[in-house]
Design a protein around this ligand. Structure first.
Ligand code: ADE
Length: 240
């Protein structure tokens, strides 16, 4: 999987060099390249924003630098695909609070893609014509991380990239851990039961006895019941 990111703060994505995602990059399972949107400006101030048509507070990202940046991404993807053809269209992800909700299902879908490009907006967002124009070369997905507002798309893109990249085959050493966790497809969408490790008594607090029993059926039953209880209390929306 190739991931390209365009942002006015490409340094945000340095953190992707750490941990399992960083190792996947080193191992050649993924490429991640973060680009500075201002490289596609041509004025002295490297301007990327302007006032909104129709009035209102805040600034809007100008379409011209975005158009040139995405042209460059498209050209580099085309060149890579000439070496190694793939059948799927590249996907342009635009993190925005007005996007479709990001879920584990979205992460699964994106993890099967050969090329992801992230367009990280700031201010009040990117001139909408950029998404319209990009639809000629990309499957465009406007995605929201949740019902709250961040200062820009960078942190949302980081979260999406981590959720997606860990599903790419080979990135997580033990694929069984992907199956059991909360929100995994096929668990009936229940939250995961609490977990414990040694020592069996810590500061006077005991691990639930059933987990020490070695009785696999009872343990599975306890975990299922805990999952159902937690989901009912914390996330009743998942049960409907
Ligand atoms: N940009 C700003 N807020 C966001 C959110 N909630 N999700 C995705 N991108 C965003």
């Amino acid at each position: 999987m190739r991931i390209n990111i365009v942002s006015i703060f490409p340094d945000y994505f340095e953190a992707l060099r750490l941990s399992l995602i960083g190792k996947a990059v080193t191992d050649g399972l993924l490429t991640i390249d973060a680009h500075d949107l201002r490289d596609w400006t041509h004025d002295r101030h490297r301007t990327v924003d302007d006032t909104p048509y129709g009035g209102g507070a805040g600034m809007v990202m100008k379409p011209e630098p975005w158009g040139e940046a995405l042209d460059a991404m498209t050209a580099s993807i085309r060149a890579a695909r000439e070496q190694q053809p793939v059948p799927d269209r590249p996907v342009l992800v635009i993190p925005t609070p007005s996007g479709h909700s990001f879920t584990q299902q979205t992460a699964q879908e994106l993890s099967a893609c050969s090329d992801l490009v992230f367009a990280c907006g700031r201010y009040e967002g990117i001139d909408h014509r950029v998404a319209e124009w990009a639809a000629a070369d990309y499957e465009v997905r406007e995605i929201s991380l949740g019902d709250y507002v961040l200062n820009g798309g960078e942190v949302a893109a980081m979260a999406i990239i981590e959720a997606v990249a860990r599903l790419v085959p080979g990135v997580i050493g033990n694929p069984d851990s992907l199956v059991e966790e909360s929100h995994a497809a096929g668990t009936g969408h229940l939250l995961e039961a609490p977990v414990y490790t040694k020592p069996a008594v810590w500061r006077g607090l005991e691990v639930p006895e059933v987990l020490l029993s070695g009785h696999h059926t009872r343990i599975a039953g306890w975990r299922r019941q805990q999952s159902q209880h937690l989901t009912r209390v914390r996330r009743p929306d998942l049960l409907t």
